[in-house]
Each structure stands twice: as structure tokens, then as C-alpha cells.
Design a protein around this ligand. Sequence first.
Ligand SMILES: [Zn+2]
Length: 174
Amino acid sequence: MSPRVSQVEAVVLRMHDELAVHERFMREALHEARLAVQTADVPVGAVVVVEGRIVGRGRNQREALADPTAHAEVVALRAAAQQLGTWRLTEATLYVTLEPCIMCVGAAVLSRIRCLVFACHDPKNGACGSQFDIVGARRLNHTFPVIAGVCQEEASALLSTFFRRLRQKEAAKR
Ligand SMILES: [Zn+2]
């Protein structure tokens, strides 16, 4: 192999490294998502990362806490803010296994995060292009890049298994 790496190769290598980092943290978010199933919550998980360190974790806990706002992203952002002692999460990347809803994109904007990475799209409620494109709306005074599709097969398999089992349980009751 030539010791000289072309500029294009260098860019490809860097993208490859970045993707590996995103996948590593998305696996942590997927771990959180799996824990949500224990409380009959839809498996969605999130982590907040600052300088390569997880500073907040969250999973969907709507059922567990009987709280309509206890989405994984909100739980993780709150944990991160508490950990860092500030609501301004300007160095933070939010990883979440499902495209955020309008509330969660709103929470991410208010937290002034640096970047959002999500796994699979949510055609029903997604607010990063599926139903709405909140971050793309130029009226906001804070915006950030959005990276979609990291570990999307794993995340969507987790959701479809959950909903299939739920339907089976409901069918068995009838
Ligand atoms: Zn949400």
C-alpha cells in the first residue's frame, strides 16, 4: 500500500472512524432501549455524549412513570444537564434509537446540543423529516446537524419485535 494517502482516502477514513464512534454510542442507546421493555414501554433509548463520554442515559418510561413526557431523549437530556450542572449542552451529541418526535426535537433545540444522531425513522411521529422537519425549519435560533440511519436495522428490529409480541398478547386476550 502506498504510504501516501490521497485526500479522498483521508476523508473516507475519517468518515469511517466517525461512523465507528456513532455506532459505539448507538449500541449504548440500544442497550437502554432493551431495558424499556421490562416496564412494557416501547423500546426507545438515548444517550448524551460529551467529549467521548456518556453524561446522560435515558429510556422511554412513559408506562413506568405514567408520564407522557418521559421519552428517552428528554430523560437523557435531563440526566446530562444534571450531571454537568448546566442546561446548556452545547458540546453534546444526542444519540437516540428512533427519530425524535416534535417534543424531543424541541427539547434538543432548547438544550442547544451540538449534533443529533438517530437510528431508524419514525414515519408516524418523526420530526426530523418524516412528519415534520423541525431542525430544518429556519425560524429556529439554534440548529444542529442530524445524522440518520446509524444501526437502523437493529433499532427497527427491536421495535417490530416489541409490537408483534404486543399484538400477539392482545390477540390471546380476545
Ligand atoms: Zn419524543
